[in-house]
Design a binder for this molecule. Structure first.
Ligand SMILES: C[S@@+](CC[C@H](N)C(=O)[O-])C[C@H]1O[C@@H](n2cnc3c(N)ncnc32)[C@H](O)[C@@H]1O
Length: 232
């Protein structure tokens, strides 16, 4: 683990150690927007899902209840995931694959059909880290995958848990994902924190398609000397 990853793990483990998981500002009793965006994106229980930065989120519970059979929860904080494992109980927890890793250094060992990220990408304020995250999407996802990402909206908070955050409008979030993602839907949410503050979020669901290769030039085999330029 790099020094930066170790610092991030210590930061988030301290947050989950200090506060009950129902007291953290991002707590929600039900992952309503997540499930609505998954439905909108046409995600069904037969698909493999990874929830990155899952922490103590109730999404794993909801997916298992819906019959999803291939669910992975990844977080840099083992303490965050421990809340979820304990809540689920041993039998249900065994149905989830747990990955303790820093996203920025993680090397996926397989590909997924659905990527879910609620309130993680917006902590990446360095363009190099944002580029690494985009690379990771390509490495971790099947070409036809769906991506659901929620960040603070462009009028949302500038920090969370003592860390600076980036803020996105739906257009900005779509643009940062790049041209190999087609936006399916966006949504604005006013999340109410346990302390009663309102935090505007931008949600985006996108479809990942295979990157089209650059057009090629080939000689016409008919001997006319003509050349073809385009996609084969
Ligand atoms: C604001 S919380 C959101 C948790 C969860 N997605 C939810 O909706 O309840 C951010 C989560 O991302 C995790 N996290 C932050 N940076 C990370 C990184 N670089 N790699 C993996 N997890 C990270 C934190 O440990 C924390 O659980």
């Amino acid at each position: 683990m790099t020094e930066q990853a170790g610092t991030r793990a210590a930061h988030w483990n301290a947050v989950y150690g200090r506060l009950d998981d129902t007291q953290v500002s991002w707590y929600e009793p039900d992952p309503t927007s997540s499930l609505a965006m998954l439905d909108t994106a046409g995600v069904d229980p037969g698909m493999s899902v990874i929830d990155v930065g899952a922490g103590a989120s109730r999404l794993a519970d909801a997916l298992l209840a819906r019959g999803f059979g291939d669910v992975t929860a990844l977080d840099v904080s083992d303490d965050g995931l421990a809340h979820t494992r304990a809540r689920l109980g041993a039998a249900a927890a065994e149905r989830v694959a747990w990955v303790v890793a820093d996203l920025l250094g993680w090397v996926p060992q397989r590909r997924y059909q659905v990527w879910h990220d609620r309130a993680v990408f917006h902590f990446l304020t360095d363009p190099a880290d944002q580029a690494r995250y985009r690379d990771l999407l390509h490495a971790a996802l099947r070409p036809d995958a769906r991506v659901i990402i929620a960040t603070f909206a462009d009028d949302g908070p500038r920090s969370c848990s003592g860390l600076p955050t980036a803020r996105y409008s739906p257009t900005q979030l779509g643009a940062v994902l790049g041209s190999s993602f087609d936006v399916i839907a966006t949504r604005r949410e006013h999340h109410r924190t346990p302390a009663g503050a309102i935090q505007p979020f931008t949600w985006l669901a996108a479809h990942h398609h295979a990157i089209r290769p650059a057009p090629v030039t080939v000689d016409d085999a008919s001997g006319t000397g003509q050349r073809y330029r385009g996609h084969l």
